[in-house]
Design a protein around this ligand. Structure first.
Ligand code: FE2
Length: 200
């Protein structure tokens, strides 16, 4: 991930709260902006985990769960076509479309060390924690003959301790995100395995 400091801390407009992109429109945007199937899958997996976490762990209502899902679905939407301006381009697009500020703020804070935007809400903290770990777990599943079937938390933990595996994934960032969100790494790994394996 390249670094681009966004140099602002406010995103979207409060009066747009509740204005969410339909899943159809969000998927159309993805199909248009993200030709890379694997990257699209990553965003769909993060979206599924975010939505499930909102409902099961945060008691979110339907609209709130849709916000979590939408942020997950679009967080890397500009990564393939505008790597040097990630995530500025998708943020500005969503602002142009008058989308809910919570969703835009969440996308802006998914990589505090890269974009300089600190996570504020629970949703912000969770996208930061889920994003890298989701990709890492998918990589760990892909190298197994049975993929997700039988993939255990302890084997993911073991891979995290081996720096050569998926070396581009920052362990430091994962630990930082887990600590900030006050989560158990084991619990989050188990949750992600369970929720993203059917998304393919
Ligand atoms: Fe991501």
């Amino acid at each position: 991930m390249s670094s681009l400091l966004l140099n602002r801390s406010s995103f979207g407009k409060p009066e747009n709260r509740g204005n969410l992109l339909s899943l159809e429109k969000a998927n159309a945007l993805l199909n248009d902006w993200v030709p890379n199937e694997r990257l699209r899958l990553h965003m769909k997996q993060v979206a599924a985990v975010m939505k499930a976490w909102a409902i099961e762990k945060e008691n979110a209502d339907e609209e709130t769960a849709r916000k979590w899902e939408l942020a997950g679905l679009l967080h890397d939407a500009d990564w393939e076509k505008f790597p040097d301006q990630h995530c500025k381009v998708i943020i500005e697009e969503l602002e142009r479309r008058n989308i809910d500020p919570d969703v835009i703020q969440c996308i802006a804070s998914h990589g505090p060390r890269h974009f300089g935007v600190e996570p504020k809400t629970r949703m912000d903290h969770m996208i930061y924690a889920i994003d890298e770990l989701s990709g890492f777990i998918h990589a760990a599943a892909l190298i197994r003959p049975t993929r997700y079937e039988g993939l255990e938390v302890k084997s993911v933990l073991k891979r995290l301790k081996s720096p050569a595996f998926a070396a581009q994934v920052s362990r430091e960032e994962i630990n930082d995100a887990i600590a900030r969100a006050g989560l158990s790494l084991e619990e989050l790994i188990a949750f992600i395995i369970q929720k993203q394996q059917s998304i393919n």
